[in-house]
Design a protein around this ligand. Sequence first.
Ligand code: ADP
Length: 670
Amino acid sequence: MFWKSDHAEKEEAQTDTDLDDLRKGIEKAKLPTPVNLVAQKELERLEKMDASSPDYTIGLNYIDYLLALPWHAFTDDNLDLKRAENILESHHHGLQLVKERIAEYLAVRTLSSVADFQVLVVDDEEIARTNLAYVLKKDGYRVLTAANGLEAVEVLKQHHCDLVLTDLKMKEMDGIQLLEYARELEPRPEIVLITGYATVSSAVDALQKGAAHYLPKPIDLEELRATVRGIHQKKVHLTMTRSPVLCFAGPPGTGKTSVGCSIAQALQREFVRISLAGLRDEAELRGHRRTYVGAMPGRIISEIKRVGVRNPVFMLDEIDKIGQDFRGDPASVLLEILDPEQNQRFVDNYLDVPFDLSGVMFIATANAVEKLPEPLLDRMEVIHFPSYTAREKRMIAKHYLIPRQMREHALTSRKIEFTEGALNKLIENYTLEAGLRNLERQIATVCRKLARIYVRDEKDDPELKVDESLLESLLGPRKFTHEIASAGRQVGVTTGLVWTEFGGEIISVEAGIMKGSQQLILTGSLGSVLRESAQTALSYIRSHAEDFSIDPDFFSGSDIHIHIPSGAVTKDGPSAGVTIAVALISLLTRKPARRDVALTGELTLSGRILPVSGIRDKLLAAQRAGVKVVVLPKANAVDAMSLEPDVTDSLEVVFAEAVQTLLEAVLGQS
Ligand code: ADP
């Protein structure tokens, strides 16, 4: 006879309880039918398997994972628009257009979700029918009635109903037959069956056939109302997500994440954020198949599991930064996730069953939307977050960033005040950015150092003024100087304005000529469009040399080198054309160029100056760099005129239609 060892017996008992627990868990979880089938099948497989095999643990973890997902859990949206507006307003200074767009977006979604919830009540007893209709109408639903299945079919042919509430036993056509008919309709209404105690088994049958719920007779009105409310809520949050995905675009630190967070707060939803920067592999988003050792679900499903609800606000950060070497097609993976048509049946490779992501409110963020593939951009509604002016930065620092950092550094009980001068210095000399990230970091550094001073010196006096000199002693010497704009005149060196994903940027263009064989050398991480601009500028000057009193043969026996420093930042776009042309003319005429005049504009071969984009961001960059004069294409005058006065403050703006105007501004007398 074979006796099992004590150890083996214990192990077997443990296995049995594991599987028992899982079985109970599966019953309790009320998984959607296809998922339930998969879970049951996996459980059967485990029952036949040796518990010590690695496959057993994999299977166990898999079922555990399925059970832990929020298949049904979601939070109810707070659709109070006034409250949403207040939250957005109180968390963010300015951003008026952004706030308006978001309020409109929420309003449309709210309207479309609560507007037309229509219920069809089907019962052959008139009293029951009228009573049910009365109760539901009182709760605000629109109600239609029918006295039997056949009548109901006629109503459904003419009206769209979101919910059919039907008695099971009826002459002519019963509830099950009606259910079978309604199941084929598009869009499909939800069905709730009302049944006497005697027919509970057929009600269970009805559930399997796709009914949403059944209610026993006599009807408990509270239960009825709760059931209808539940189904209505489900529709609300599904339709809430059927509008285009929002994409927040703008330089870093302009408030994209924090506005996303406020939207979640306003709707009372959970907030999740993942960054897609440098993402290499589809599997990171969509998981690995379970056949891989150490397979895991992707980040989308893991985050859904972590928050425990199926309708969070989900921010996909930096979708324009998906790694260059991404394996697979990023646009199609993102569409599967973002597009409500497709994401209803999102399949994570690990789960291998569809999970409905249509309840999730996705918000994407990007620094430069131009980089996004067209099909993806088509499905998104882009909201632009502009760069901040110095005045806005001061306001935000004073009212939001400093109070927050004080709280985070336990300094609220002290009366610390930043003087206007210190704030200006902080913004002008310690940061050089379109957004607020570094400013917030510098404020945090000041707070940290102040905390240390308080503790070290056992300072009792709670009052402290942070002025310019204290600031300098805390942060060290200034980090940024206006070196470009304050440099004197130079031959062959001009100042330009370009737009990058960090906002507007100031560049200098250096041109040199040397003996050689008619080569144009271009350096400084220049993109292809910028390279073409340089070639165009050179050809323009060669063909118009005499207009500028330049020897037409200047290129024979020579090489020309154009360099745009700060090679770490890739530069591209047509807007440096005029800056390059003026640098070349300055070089070839030996006339020194003013560095405090910044240019932007596209130059054509015939010398026309074409308009460029990002005027606001470029003017702000010019201000930050201490530039005095900005020359813009004439066609951009409308853009410049519509800007708030803060943006052009301290700048002289000149509009140019011809190269001559550029030359007067840069090479003329100042
Ligand atoms: P992004 O996501 O665009 O990079 P963040 O949302 O992280 O930017 O913003 C950086 C910081 O600046 C955050 O602390 C944010 O709260 C703050 N901030 C940005 N814009 C505003 C604003 N308009 N009002 C108040 N605080 C702001």
